[in-house]
Structures are given as C-alpha cells and as structure tokens.
Design a binder for this molecule. Structure first.
Ligand SMILES: Cc1cc2nc3c(=O)[nH]c(=O)nc-3n(C[C@H](O)[C@H](O)[C@H](O)COP(=O)(O)OP(=O)(O)OC[C@H]3O[C@@H](n4cnc5c(N)ncnc54)[C@H](O)[C@@H]3O)c2cc1C
Ligand code: HEM
Length: 404
C-alpha cells in the first residue's frame, strides 16, 4: 500500500508519467545499457529491444501497478506479478539488480519530466518502484527456494539426446541432464529458458514451452524457426536449428511459468494456433497419463497439415482421452475439409469459435498469436465464460496483461 504522503502525489502525477512512460522507459533502457552493456548482451532479449516490445511491457506493467495502488489499495495484481516473476526467475534475475534498474529508471523519469519532478515526486515514484520490486523479489525468492537453488542459479547443463525436424520450420529437441540423471518433473504448461552462445559472443536467452509428458525422464522443446520477414531472422531459434545437434550441451533453466493446468474435474478448452500448440501437448500428455475423465475440447489452427508440428501426436493423445474431441482448422483452404475423422473447427483465426459446442463451466487455455487469443477470449466472454476461467500464454513480452 502507498503511504499517505505518496498516494496524492502519485495520483496527481500519474497522468503525466503515464503519458510520457514510453519515452521514460526508452531513455531508461538507453541509460541502463550504456552503464551496463553486458546486461543487453547476456540477459535482455536484444530482438525485443530492437522492436520495442519489452519497452511496452515494462511501461505497461508499472503504469498498471501504480493505477491499481490508487484505485484498489488493498488488492495485489497477483497474476501480473507472477507472470513477471516467473519470467525473471527463468532468466536468473537477482535481487541486487533491482537497485541498478531503480537508479536508471528514476533518472530517466527526472530527465524526461524535468522540473515537474520535485524531491517529493521523486520520492513518491521511488516508493511505487520499491513496492513493485519487493513484491516481485518476494515471489522470485520463493521460486528459487522451490528449486533449491541460490538466486539466479537454476541453470543446468542439458544434452540434446534426440533431434527431429517436425515440419520445415519446427524442430523438436529432446533434452536430458548432462550428468545422466532424469530431468525433473514440471507442471503441464511450463516453459524453460535456454541460453544461446551466439557467434558475436553474446549470450541470448529465450523461453520454450515443454511439449513432452511432465513426468518423463527427458524434456522436449519444439522450436519454430523465425525467418526473416519484416525484421531479421530470429537469432536464437535460427541458432538452435543450426547448432543444436545430438550430443551438444545447452544451458537450460528449471521449469517456470504459471499458466499451468490445475488438477480438477471440470471441462477444459485447449485452443492453440501454430507453435502455440506446445504447452497444450504437455497438458494433454498429463491428462492422458492420468486417464482423466474430464471433457476436453481441443481446437488447433495452423497454416496447413504439413506445417502443424506434432500433428499425429496430438490426434493420438486426444484419441486416448475418455471425453476428448479435436477440432482442426487450417488456413490454406484446400485442407479445410480434410480433417479425416476429427471435427472441423470453425474459422477460429478470423471468426472466433463460431458455433463450436462448449461444455458448461469450461475453463479455457489459449496460446497463439495475440489477435487469435483476443478473438477467442472475446467469444468466450460473450458466451458467458467468466473472465477468470480464461487463461492464456503469450510467446513474447505480455503486452496484453496490463491492458485487461
Ligand atoms: C513463455 C514462452 C514460451 C514460449 N514457447 C515457445 C515454444 O514452445 N516454441 C517456440 O518456437 N517459441 C516459443 N517461445 C518464443 C521464443 O521464446 C522466442 O521468442 C522465439 O524463438 C524467437 O526468438 P529468436 O531469438 O529466434 O528471435 P529474435 O531474434 O528474438 O527476434 C524476434 C523478432 O524480433 C524481430 N527483430 C529482431 N531484431 C530486430 C530489429 N533490429 N528490427 C526489427 N525487428 C527485429 C525479428 O525479426 C523477430 O520477428 C516462447 C516464448 C515465451 C515467452
Ligand atoms: C520493479 C522492477 C521491474 C519491473 C516492473 C519489471 C517488469 C518486467 C516485465 C513486465 C517484463 C515482461 C514479462 C513478460 O510478459 O514476459 C519483464 C521482463 C524482463 N525483465 Fe523485468 N522488471 C523489473 C525489474 C527487472 C530487473 C531488476 C531485471 C534485471 C536486470 C529485469 C530483467 C528483465 C528481463 C531480462 C526480462 C525479459 C526481457 C525480454 O524478454 O525482452 N527486470 N520485466
């Protein structure tokens, strides 16, 4: 909760800080990376810095947090804090780094807003920062403790024990701890961070959902190669496609992520598009292994059957469920009728869920591009599904989180 003296100051200055927040965070990152270039080389995603996405995510989360402190002083945006803390812990962020971020962020606020930043205003925003930072570090400390590692220390050497080109653009890598022990269990829907040692000496880190059975002794990640289009080719996905051969050892984090499937009896909708099918596979492996009696409606959209990674595995898994149904939708028109045996999905990408029957009390898990998830979420809410029953994973900085 904000102190009595800071609350009115934050209230008064939130509109001006909010209006300038993108400028503030741009300057903040510039200052941070000038002072600490190794953070951009080895910790932050330089692709997201170049395309501005991370900037928007950070700005959005701070503005949302400050707004919430004012409007609902007793509430805590737990979902937002958990999402950020899981991401931070997967990257190995440590509590001492919060001081560095604080210093450069508050200097950026003062530089952008000039004389408006009186000592009183600076102190009030410092308080907002530390309320958020302390909430995050508390969750991060718990996560590190759960993994039994010191702060930032969940990295483990994992050997590539199998590699399979799933589709022209997707590669499945099976990983096992290099010391030969079994990979640890994870919760279905979780991801790991993977380090790439790039040719220019940078260590870049990206997240990949675990697409295998949660209790198996090996992990599997499925990586889509980001090809050059509007921007350059993706650095880490291209590197993994080219360099991660059988026998190579990669530094991989412990499993993280809070978009996981809780145990229960209720019906489920698992809806994904493209590479967003990876967390759903782990969930389906989990449900199949437990011989679950839940009703599970699975919807997947892809460009074409040939582009659909783990297509046969998906069909097999849904087929083994007691009450599972699979609905596939392919963008390329010639494949739409050819769903052989499984129910066709409505045009989920362009038109949402259409008339697809959904069980009462369904809990939905969505993963795919933002427009896809936005359309499905809108449909679900219109059909009476409660907002708290709609969960989603974004394969990038979550620009949506702060906007809901
Ligand atoms: C929780 C989570 C789970 C994920 N799970 C998976 C998964 O299971 N499978 C999977 O394949 N991916 C997954 N991802 C995405 C993955 O982490 C990477 O984001 C993805 O592989 C792309 O990384 P990259 O290094 O190849 O691309 P990057 O190099 O990071 O590039 C990303 C984008 O930025 C653009 N860009 C880069 N530099 C510039 C520039 N200078 N100007 C303009 N644009 C630029 C690129 O063109 C590209 O479009 C997941 C992400 C998250 C957060
Ligand atoms: C109160 C302080 C902080 C806030 C509000 C904050 C907020 C965020 C947010 C919103 C994201 C995006 C999460 C997502 O949706 O994926 C993020 C990611 C990240 N944060 Fe923080 N963060 C803070 C402190 C720090 C610190 C101290 C570090 C370490 C120096 C750090 C490093 C990172 C990195 C490396 C990422 C991932 C970047 C990327 O993928 O582009 N953050 N943070």
């Amino acid at each position: 909760m904000l102190s009595e003296q800071s609350a009115p100051v934050v209230k008064e200055t939130l509109p001006v800080v909010g209006a300038a927040i993108e400028e503030i965070t741009a300057l903040f990152y510039q200052k941070l990376f000038e002072a600490r270039p190794e953070l951009l080389r080895d910790l932050f995603n330089r692709g997201n810095q170049a395309n501005g996405e991370q900037r928007q995510a950070l700005a959005g989360s701070i503005a949302a947090f400050a707004g919430m402190l004012l409007d609902h002083p007793d509430a805590r945006p737990d979902a937002m804090l958990a999402r950020i803390a899981h991401k931070h812990a997967s990257l190995g962020v440590t509590s001492d780094q919060y001081k560095i971020v604080n210093e450069h962020l508050l200097t950026a606020v003062a530089d952008v807003l000039g004389e408006a930043v009186t000592p009183e205003v600076a102190a009030a925003w410092d308080e907002v920062y530390w309320l958020m930072a302390n909430a995050l570090t508390a969750v991060e400390a718990r996560l590190y403790e759960q993994h039994g590692t010191p702060e930032g220390g969940t990295w483990q050497a994992m050997r590539v024990v199998a590699r399979h080109q799933e589709t022209p653009d997707t590669l499945a890598l099976t990983l096992r701890p290099a010391d030969g022990t079994p990979a640890r269990a994870f919760r279905p829907g979780q991801y790991v961070s993977v380090q790439a040692e790039l040719p220019d000496g940078a260590r870049q880190i990206r997240q990949y959902s675990l697409s295998s059975a949660p209790g198996a002794p090996e992990w599997r990640i499925t990586v889509k190669r980001v090809r050059a289009a509007a921007g350059p080719a993706g650095e880490v996905s291209s590197w993994l496609h080219e360099e991660a051969r059988v026998g190579e050892v990669l530094a991989v984090s412990a499993p993280f992520g809070d978009l996981t499937l809780p145990d229960g009896e209720g019906p489920l909708l698992l809806a994904s598009a493209g590479i967003g099918g990876t967390p759903m596979l782990a969930m389906l492996h989990h449900l199949a292994a437990a011989d679950s009696a839940r009703r599970v409606v699975v919807v997947h959209a892809d460009r074409s059957p040939a582009d659909h990674a783990h297509r046969d595995e998906l069909r097999r898994l849904v087929g083994t469920l007691r009450h599972g149904s699979l609905h596939l939708w392919y963008e390329e028109a010639e494949h739409r009728a050819a769903t052989d045996g499984v129910g066709p999905a409505p045009a989920v990408v362009s038109a949402g869920l259409g008339e697809l029957p959904l069980p009462d009390g369904v809990t939905a898990y969505l993963c795919g591009p933002l427009p896809f998830m936005r359309s499905l979420r809108g449909d679900l809410l219109r059909r009476g599904v409660a907002p708290r029953a709609v969960h989603y994973e974004v394969f990038g900085p979550d620009l949506w989180l702060a906007q809901q």
